[in-house]
Design a protein around this ligand. Structure first.
Ligand code: NAG
Ligand code: NAG
Ligand code: NAG
Ligand code: NAG
Ligand code: NAG
Length: 358
């Protein structure tokens, strides 16, 4: 990992910039500069990515993935203060984060191809019977409302990496109570937790988490963050995504939504599922994706745990679902991922279901 360049003497923080001063996403001449590690990732997936001239120029194999205490100098702070959250620190200042001690995926002795299953929550997984296939991967990634109990046959039961925001880990506990979801996955064998620092509230969360202090005020009053991880929280296995990693995904025309040019640009960002996918793409040799949005998504419920209920993906303005859907399709066609998009059964009528009025 490269060290941070020393700051010139006398460097002070720039004044805080405010999102509301910009009617669309502002541009800076250093917007394509990202923190990088010395050692590029050497997964065999890069050999596939390199085959495609366009993608080869978009992916950065040594992009810095995690942020931690001590990795942000004053000049880094000043650079990142130009970008809105989660891509930078526009509008606020933060307390930092301890440094994880282990690589996200530990090498598997005797295996030179690490296979990953990235499991999102799409309705396509209901009755898929993909559980055993998912569990047979070296590593299983899950996120948000990862309901497992009662769905093992379809979604598997292991979790090695759990991706979340402070909001998602607390909200799903309430919203998914009716699906018997009680808490985040907590496999006892070295589960790793990845936080997407979505905004200021995630840094409040981190402060309580590391200090093991009950939160006072803020977005999560009275919460005791470390208890949300069911006794499996350990800072040596806790990873906070780097702002540059997230901005690289937004910018490198993977997911640079045209809505970034509209007044609500500051809330436009890739979904948690997209961030999870890109984490896997940077650390795995093979990525099999389950429960992600695909062309057929209207045939299924929004979430697998709704058991085929007539709900559909709600297209919230802060995410560009069509752009993500098309990107996964391109990645699948280029064999960068293997996207599970349901078994097409020729005996099934193809006429779309009557959709509930919204
Ligand atoms: C960050 O680093 C400072 C100085 O090294 C240390 O005092 C502080 O405890 C660290 N915070 C965390 C969350 O690791
Ligand atoms: C929740 O668990 C109870 C008791 O095991 C069971 O009867 C019920 O069907 C479950 N609900 C769902 C939505 O799976
Ligand atoms: C966290 O994990 C490390 C090993 O990486 C261990 O030494 C330490 O005791 C653990 N801390 C807690 C609070 O369990
Ligand atoms: C995005 O990246 C491209 C290079 O791929 C660069 O030219 C451009 O300035 C960047 N734009 C933003 C908004 O970050
Ligand atoms: C996204 O990136 C592509 C390629 O760099 C560029 O042509 C396009 O204008 C960008 N879109 C936006 C909204 O910035």
């Amino acid at each position: 990992e490269s060290s941070t360049n020393p700051d010139p003497p006398g460097l002070t923080p720039i004044p805080i910039l405010h999102r509301k001063e910009y009617k669309k996403m502002p541009h800076f001449d250093f917007e394509d500069v990202y923190r990088r590690d010395r050692q590029p990732s050497k997964t065999s997936l890069w050999n596939v990515i390199k085959q495609d001239p366009e993608l080869r120029d978009k992916f950065i194999p040594n992009i810095r993935m995690y942020v931690h205490n001590g990795s942000i100098s004053m000049s880094e702070w000043n650079r990142l203060s130009h970008f809105n959250n989660p891509f930078g620190f526009m509008d606020y200042t933060i307390n930092l984060v301890s440094k994880p001690k282990y690589p996200l995926l530990s090498p598997k002795p005797g295996r030179d191809c690490i296979s990953c299953a990235v499991v999102a929550t799409g309705g396509v997984l209901w009755k898929s019977r993909k559980g055993r296939e998912i569990d047979n991967h070296d590593y299983v990634f899950r996120l948000n409302g990862a309901v497992i109990k009662g769905f093992e046959e379809d979604v598997g039961s292991r979790t090695d990496v759990y991706v979340h925001t402070a909001f998602s880990i607390t909200a799903v506990e309430i919203f998914l109570r009716k699906y018997n979801y009680t808490r985040a996955p907590h496999d006892e064998v070295w589960i790793k937790y990845v936080l997407i620092p979505e905004g200021k509230r995630d840094f409040e969360w981190l402060t309580g988490l590391y200090k093991r202090e009950r939160l006072v005020g803020g977005a999560f009053p009275n919460r005791r963050p470390w208890t949300q991880y069911s006794d499996q929280f350990n800072e040596t296995r806790y990873y906070v995504l780097h702002m540059d990693f997230m901005r690289y995904i937004r910018n490198r025309s993977f997911l640079n939504s045209s809505t970034l040019n509209l007044g609500f640009w500051p809330i436009v960002r890739p979904t948690n599922g997209a961030f999870m996918m890109f984490v896997a793409l940077h650390v795995c040799d093979r990525v099999d994706a389950y429960g992600f949005i695909s062309d057929d998504h209207r045939k299924y419920s929004n979430y697998y745990y709704e058991r085929g209920a007539n709900t559909h993906v709600t297209f919230f303005g802060n995410h560009n679902y069509n752009m993500e859907k098309d990107l996964w399709k391109i990645f699948h066609e280029l064999k960068i991922i293997n996207l599970y998009s349901g078994e097409s059964d020729p005996t099934e009528p193809t006429a779309p279901k009557q959709n509930r009025r919204r």
